[in-house]
Design a protein around this ligand. Structure first.
Ligand code: ADP
Ligand code: AMP
Length: 212
């Protein structure tokens, strides 16, 4: 059985955290355009104007991420499906995704929206740290790294500072939130409450994706 899944939600909602758990269980790759762009940036392959957009909390142009996803989802490891984390983020991206899958006789099976009110999101993002060696996502208050983790192994994202997080939340509301009515109208949207302990949210996610 294949599963082509999209996670939608504002920055800090817990998409990456839940994606890792679901992908392990469903044996599908996690595809995060944010991770792909950050990798390109750290390898010096991302044009300066795109770096500037990310640092300012704006979106990079649709055609850039559509190209990344078109290429990545053709890889062999996507044969049994994939989970898209952070893509699509605009209606034109969603439409392009449908068109590229349709050409291959495929479609998105399910879109899960993780819902978290804005008042939680700034704290979630500002205290997020990622282990550079493993990619594991931590939170200094809610999911702290294990004792003995060295500070230099933890990445604090350049866009996880309060002023930029607020801009990213505004960008989400302006550009991305309209994906919810878009997918809802097609009947393949499920909404999951993202407030509560990570384990509790995971339970809801597994139920929504029928992976329980
Ligand atoms: P996203 O990928 O949607 O931006 P992340 O999965 O990276 O979000 O989570 C953002 C931050 O919030 C991380 O520091 C993560 O550890 C933390 N986090 C994730 N889920 C929860 C939760 N249910 N409760 C509290 N903090 C959480
Ligand atoms: P994320 O890791 O998902 O929070 O994304 C980090 C940043 O990468 C965003 O603030 C955008 O600048 C850029 N980005 C990631 N995914 C997309 C996308 N689908 N469309 C446009 N920009 C994106």
């Amino acid at each position: 059985m294949s599963l082509r899944l999209v996670l939608v939600g504002p920055p800090g909602a817990g998409k990456g955290t839940q994606a890792k758990i679901i992908c392990k269980k469903a044996e599908i790759p996690q595809i995060s355009t944010g991770d792909m762009l950050r990798a390109a940036k750290s390898e010096g392959r991302l044009p300066e104007d795109l770096v500037a957009k990310m640092v300012a909390g704006a979106l990079v142009p649709d055609e850039v991420v559509i190209g990344l996803i078109d290429e990545r989802t053709k890889a062999d490891d996507c044969e049994n499906g994939f989970l898209l984390d952070g893509f699509p983020r605009t209606v034109p991206q969603a439409t392009a995704l449908d068109a590229m899958l349709e050409k291959r006789g495929q479609k998105i099976d399910l879109v899960v929206a993780i819902e978290v009110p804005r008042e939680h999101l700034v704290e979630r993002a500002v205290l997020r740290r990622t282990d550079k060696r493993t990619g594991q996502i931590y939170h200094l208050k809610y999911s702290p790294p294990p004792a003995g983790t060295r500070e230099e192994d933890l990445e604090h994202r350049a866009d996880d500072h309060e002023d930029v997080v607020k801009k990213r939340l505004d960008t989400y509301e302006k550009m991305t939130a309209e994906l919810l009515p878009f997918y809802s109208a097609r009947g393949n949207l499920k909404r999951v409450d993202g407030v509560g302990k990570v384990d509790e949210v995971t339970k809801r996610m597994l139920e929504a994706t029928s992976l329980k």
